[in-house]
Design a protein around this ligand. Structure first.
Ligand code: AHM
Ligand code: MG
Length: 338
């Protein structure tokens, strides 16, 4: 029992690692932890109560909102608003960023960007989904309402990021820039327990994750890379294994543990890629770099991209460093107009 370390204890222990050690970030992470437990409870009984399926509305990006998307969004927003550290949130499920308007919210120092339930189309078929979050220090003066510039910061300014995976077990994985740490939820105790300290991704891997149904409209370099993955070169561990769940958090988590690459390039239906820079790609990029891997849009480091809009999309290549380097090499060698 004495060997068990809870997320709460770990955060307090590591408080000196936080760039702005004051306990505020610990408290903020505490509210994410609480919302995660509530959402986890609901997901676990998804087949039993009337919580699966579409709600009949679309988000600003024209996607069908699922009941659980909306539920998770409300729970995370409420948990973040309830404490005094967050002045505003931006979410995949909100058209605009939300500035919290109360005296203590105006005095708060942080903004949170999140995808409250990523991969939610998988809920109805009992496949793992996740929550992704990203935390920045605000730019606007304390004492005022959060403004757009607080949310449109490049990823290298993140001070914390993480995800919760609601899988065969539920895990919370986060970084504050001092390594990546994973906690498994023990439902009997109601606590997240440290299970994966200092997670690192192998420099090379043999798993590639991509929706190959879109192959015909992929950029040339990606097509060539897929063929490269499939070639029979045993001394190079090829052919690689293809694994695609269609739930970013799950695909990312597996590749982080085993080594591999996740790719979502531009496609016919998503010419700029499908995944959102601010609350999907940036937090995953921060995590992967902290774990020793790499994240790129094909030619540029994800964390260096200057965002121009809240729901901006980018092509996304993330995982083992050698594999991401290889894709970049293919994209450069085989441009689309050759
Ligand atoms: P969502 O935020 O609407 O759930 O979309 C993001 C999800 C990712 O989790 C997943 O990797 C990807 O979309 C799957 O897309 P596709 O079905 O086009 O392969
Ligand atoms: Mg999403």
């Amino acid at each position: 029992m004495s060997d068990i370390k809870t997320l709460g204890e770990f955060i307090v222990d590591k408080q000196h690692d936080f760039p702005h050690a004051s306990g505020e970030l610990s408290s903020l992470l505490g509210s994410i932890k609480l919302a995660a437990k509530i959402v986890n409870r609901e997901i676990n009984k998804a087949g039993l109560v009337d919580i699966t399926g579409a709600i009949g509305s679309e988000n600003v990006q024209g996607e069908q909102q699922q009941k659980l998307d909306v539920y998770a969004n409300e729970k995370f927003k409420a948990a973040l608003q309830a404490r005094d550290q967050v002045c505003g949130v931006a979410s995949e499920e909100e058209d605009e960023a939300v500035s919290f308007d109360s005296e203590h919210s105006r005095n708060a120092k942080y903004v949170v960007l999140m995808d409250p339930l990523d991969g939610s189309s998988n809920i109805d078929v009992n496949v793992s989904v996740g929550t992704i979050f990203s935390i920045y220090r605000r730019i606007s003066p304390v004492g005022t309402l959060a403004t757009e510039e607080d949310f449109l910061q490049p990823g290298h300014r993140q001070i914390a990021a993480g995800y919760i995976i609601y899988g065969s077990s539920t895990m919370l994985v986060y970084t504050t820039g001092n390594g990546v740490h994973g906690f498994t939820y023990d439902p009997s105790l109601g606590v997240f327990c440290l299970s994966h300290e200092n997670m690192t991704i192998p420099d090379d891997g043999r798993i590639y994750s991509i929706n190959e149904g879109n192959y015909i409209r992929f950029p040339n370099g990606v097509k060539r890379y897929i063929k490269y993955c499939q070639e029979n070169v045993p001394e190079d561990n090829r052919p690689y294994t293809s694994r695609y769940i269609g739930s970013l958090v799950s695909d990312f988590h597996r590749n982080l543990l085993k080594g591999g690459i996740y790719l979502y390039p531009s496609t016919a239906s998503h010419p700029k890629g499908k995944l959102r820079l601010l609350y999907e790609c940036n937090p995953m990029a921060f995590l992967i770099e902290q774990a020793g891997g790499k994240a790129s849009d094909g030619c540029q480091r994800i964390l260096d991209i200057e965002p121009s809009e809240l729901h901006q999309r980018v092509p996304f290549f993330v995982g083992s460093t050698s594999m991401v380097n290889k894709v970049e090499e293919f994209l450069e060698t085989y441009p689309d107009n050759d």
